[in-house]
Each structure stands twice: as C-alpha cells, then as structure tokens.
Design a protein around this ligand. Structure first.
Ligand code: RP5
Length: 187
C-alpha cells in the first residue's frame, strides 16, 4: 500500500471539540488594569488620550497617570518596580523632548514598554523620537510614531492577545472592519 491511513484520524467534529475545550480553558480577560499609560507632563495628556480610548474599545482596563523621569524620578522608578506585582502587563509611556521616561521604566521592569514620542515645541518631536528609539542594546523600548498613542494601545492589545484569546477575536474584527471601511470609502 502506498499510503498509510491512520485508523483514527481526527474528524472535523474532533477538531471542533478540541477548539472548544481550548477556548473554555482560555484565560479570561481580567477586570483589573492590565496596561499602565504614563506620560511625562499634563501637557502630554491630549496626545496620550487615544491610547486610553483605544484600550477601552477592546475592553482593556488601564491606569492613566503623569510621572516624569526628570521631575518625579523616584516615583517613576517605583512605578516600574511595582507594576508587575500589581498585575500590570504592558506599560505605555509618552514623553517629549529629552524623552527618558520609557527608557528609565524599561530599565526597572521586564514588562514590555511601548514609547510614544510626543511632538515637542522646538524640534517637532524628532528629539523625542530619537531619545526613545535609540535605546542601547539590552533594554528595549518599542517606539511608535510621533504622537502614535493609538498604535501604542493596539500594540499593547496585540501583546495581551498572546495570553487572552478574547482579544485575538477583537483584533481580527477590528482589522476586518477597517478593511471594509477602506473599501467602501468614496473618493
Ligand atoms: C517632558 O517634557 C514631557 O513629557 C513633555 O512632553 C515635555 C514638556 O513638559 P511641560 O514643560 O509641558 O510640562 O518631560
């Protein structure tokens, strides 16, 4: 005989049952804050706000606070040290100018840190972008575009989706909706 056909190969219903049992064992999305959104100044809040609203669309709870690498260094470092133990799973940090905030947070935690360079008054955010994106090897900061707070939140959701399957479904729906909208757009 050319081919060996296994006596009990999986049927569609076996596969569906397996998928169902995997889903039922899946980690449910907790109601505690999973993402910490930090920013260096109250003047960053408007730019950082889309991170909060995007997470809310996905049903992900977050904290939203001002902590500065320069003006409140001890508090910022303590936040990073304690975040993991408090159940935070991803940190998003926005800062402008000499934008050290995501870097010093990343130095103090092994949680993923996503940096949002804020458009600055003097150099249009190029200073913020370069301060964040040029982290020396060993301590990464996942830097998004200047003022890219919404993308920072989407990246956080993608990271969380590795653990919470509910977010995988929401992300697929989000992408499909975006595709439909683009294809329907009248120009
Ligand atoms: C940074 O300095 C903040 O992240 C902000 O983007 C920038 C300017 O802060 P303010 O002088 O407006 O408080 O620390």
């Amino acid at each position: 005989m050319l081919f060996h056909i296994p006596r009990s190969h999986p049927t569609i219903s076996h596969i569906q049952m397996k998928a169902r049992s995997t889903t039922s064992r899946a980690t449910p999305l907790p109601s505690r804050s999973l993402v910490g959104i930090l920013m260096g100044s109250t003047s960053d809040a408007e730019v950082m706000h889309p991170a909060r609203t995007t997470l809310k669309e996905f049903g992900v709870e977050c904290e939203f606070k001002v902590l500065s690498a320069h003006r409140t260094p001890d508090h910022a470092l303590r936040y990073a040290e304690e975040a993991d133990g408090r159940g935070i799973e991803v940190i998003i940090a926005g800062a402008g100018g000499a934008a050290h905030l995501p870097g010093i947070l990343a130095a103090k935690t092994i949680l993923p840190v996503i940096g949002v360079p804020i458009k600055s008054r003097s150099l249009a955010g190029l200073d913020s972008l370069l301060s964040m994106v040029q982290m020396p090897s060993g301590i990464p900061v996942a830097t998004v575009a200047i003022n890219g707070a919404a993308n920072a939140a989407l990246l956080a959701v993608e990271i969380l989706a590795l653990k919470y399957p509910e977010l995988r479904h929401k992300l697929s729906r989000y992408r499909n909706d975006m595709e439909t909208k683009v294809l329907k757009a009248k120009v």
